[in-house]
Design a protein around this ligand. Structure first.
Ligand code: ADP
Ligand code: MG
Length: 567
């Protein structure tokens, strides 16, 4: 291992030389209390910045074992540390002079969700800490400006490290609270199945967000208050007793006038598959973490999905047991989204009428009288919702403000009334009796088959350079294919999208063999990430600093939208 003095000497030596001389700095250097590792050096000042990591031995970082021995605590601690480090880096607001990305220091920007990220990792046994970031190596034109890089490595970085990466330099109480919150959240997650619940929303939660472009909590929000009849009390290991609304497994309906907070509640439930940071307002909104938001998604591609549960006898004679299209309609896309979610192992579907195809959700009585069922290809969701629960154990939470049809089916009916939920189940059921349903029950559908296999022939070869580009949370492009993820609403962070790009690449190079089913492929990827970490799916000489682990459900969603994939 080289010393920090070696780095200083090297930087002095290459100052004012041509940019490629920076390549020589790729190495590990012992600084006081940590190792600075220059993992990858950019080719020129305008290229994507260089990758740098900071490594601290567990003994030196000094975090007590009980703060990271459990996976959920480790993830929460890593999340806390990277936020503290990013804060330090930001506080310097240092801008080196120079061309291109000179002097840019970039650290993951964490949102409200707590995710496992490559930016900060604590090793299981040893407690060794690694923090990854990007640094734009400074230049004037294409001439190395090593003085500025020395400022970064010898002045700023040591300060940032000292103030945020050692247990003793952090606020012990703050760190403790992070661990306690993680433990409480985990406790609620574990209680859900035991109590027969699909989700829990604590009283006093703040569900609405500041604005359409800010995920921070709304300041003057009406706080959440459970109807008495649905209240459950949980005894959290740290916080003690916590009251809130328990949404039971089965069929739940959320109704209410426009603007009364229905979609806001559903949105909170969608993101309740993740844990949230203290102060978010949704810390104790915990949803079955296999939950999938289902919506219409006109225009998406569908590959060999058995949507016959919902759609049969299309006028063009297309096979719906192995349905394919490059341009789905509202109803076929929503049907495919449901079936693919079952394939991904979901136990809870979340649906908002605002983003649904009406003809997928219901058929009203008058329409049934006029247009006979024989000529209607769609068996609406309402006719399958009970079957989904009885046969597959899949619960639903549905927002429907404009149609009472679901009253007959629902086990629980909530009315959002000025942002406060009321349990109106018995009243609505009584009223519904006066409007008996016309339709005879439909026979159960055949269990969809999930034997789709990806063909080997996907246009990539082992040594091809595969280019992955992330366009915010909306899409990734991989070589010439663009995967549209705009409507995969439970992706919480652009870093998850970047990871999806690597997963596609990995699967294409190693897993798609014409034999493994899509389910098996995703299983292998999940297993790799959890056992060997993110590095195992990246296969580059260094682990990028901008990856976050996605859920299994989003990995499926991504493959399902990859047009070049041949299933
Ligand atoms: P709906 O789906 O019933 O039409 P939304 O959930 O879209 O209603 O909410 C309408 C508006 O009310 C949104 O601007 C939202 O931010 C705001 N809102 C939602 N819940 C609350 C609350 N608890 N307190 C204050 N404002 C809220
Ligand atoms: Mg709405």
């Amino acid at each position: 291992m080289k010393s920090s003095t070696d780095l200083r000497n090297l930087l002095n030596k290459i100052d004012h030389k041509g940019y490629p001389a920076y390549k020589e700095t790729k190495d590990m250097y012992q600084f006081e209390g940590y190792i600075l590792s220059i993992d990858h050096v950019q080719g020129d000042p305008f290229a994507s910045p260089s990758k740098v990591s900071i490594q601290i031995k567990g003994g030196q970082a000094g975090f007590p074992k009980e703060l990271y021995e459990k996976q959920y605590k480790r993830i929460a601690l890593q999340d806390y540390i990277i936020r503290q480090f990013a804060r330090q880096v930001e506080s310097f607001a240092f801008k080196a002079k120079g061309s291109g990305k000179s002097g840019m220091m970039s650290v993951s920007r964490c949102g409200q969700e707590i995710l496992e990220r490559s930016a900060c990792q604590i090793a299981d046994g040893s407690g060794d800490l690694t923090v990854r970031m990007e640094v734009g190596f400074p230049a004037n034109g294409r001439t190395i400006n090593a003085r500025e890089l020395m400022k970064i490595f010898f002045d700023f970085m040591p300060e940032c490290v000292k103030k945020s990466l050692y247990y003793t330099s952090l606020d012990a109480k703050g760190v403790q609270l992070v661990a306690e919150l993680a433990e409480d959240q985990q406790y609620i997650r574990e209680q859900l199945p035991k109590l027969g619940l699909a989700a829990f929303v604590a009283n006093e939660s703040v569900l609405p967000r500041e604005s359409g472009i800010s995920q921070r909590p709304m300041k003057q929000a009406v706080k959440f208050q459970s109807p008495e009849s649905m209240e459950v009390v949980l005894e959290l290991p740290n916080r003690g007793s916590l009251r809130g609304m328990g949404l039971k497994k089965g069929i739940n309906l959320i109704v209410g006038g426009g603007y009364h907070g229905k979609s806001t509640l559903l949105k909170a439930l969608e993101l309740g598959v993740y844990n949230h940071i203290a102060g978010d307002g949704r810390e104790y909104v915990i949803t079955d973490d296999t939950a999938v938001k289902i919506r219409a998604e006109d225009g998406r591609s569908i590959k060999h999905v058995d949507i016959s549960m919902f759609i049969n006898g299309l006028p063009n004679g297309k096979d719906t047991k192995s349905f394919c299209t490059e341009d789905a309609s509202g109803s076929t896309s929503q049907a495919a989204n449901v079936i693919e979610s079952i394939e991904s192992g979901t136990q809870l579907l979340l649906i908002d009428e605002d983003t649904s195809a009406t003809n997928f959700m219901i058929r009203d009585e008058l329409m049934q009288r006029v247009v006979h069922r024989d000529v209607e290809p769609i068996t609406p969701f309402i006719d399958r919702i009970q079957e989904l629960y009885d046969v597959y154990g899949i619960s639903s939470i549905i927002v429907a403000g404009s149609s009472g049809s679901y009253f007959h089916k629902a086990d629980c009916i909530l009315q959002m009334d000025r942002y406060i939920p009321k349990d109106i189940t018995s009243f609505a059921k009584k009223e519904a009796k006066n409007f008996p349903i016309l339709t005879e029950p439909v026979p159960d559908a055949q269990t969809p088959s999930f034997k789709r296999c990806a063909a080997t022939d996907h246009g990539f070869k082992k040594n091809d350079r595969i280019k992955i580009k992330t366009l915010g949370k909306d899409s990734i492009s991989i070589n010439r294919d663009t995967v549209d993820l705009r409507y995969v609403e439970q992706l919480a962070d652009v870093e998850q999208v970047t990871t999806l790009g690597y997963l596609i690449k990995y699967a294409q190079l190693h897993l798609f063999d014409g034999k493994k089913s899509l389910q098996e492929v995703v299983e292998v990827l999940m297993e790799l990430m959890s056992r060997k970490g993110l590095a195992s799916i990246c296969e580059s000489s260094y682990l990028p600093s901008n990856l976050a682990v996605p859920r299994k459900q989003e990995i499926f969603a991504c493959f399902n939208r990859l047009r070049s994939l041949r299933l």
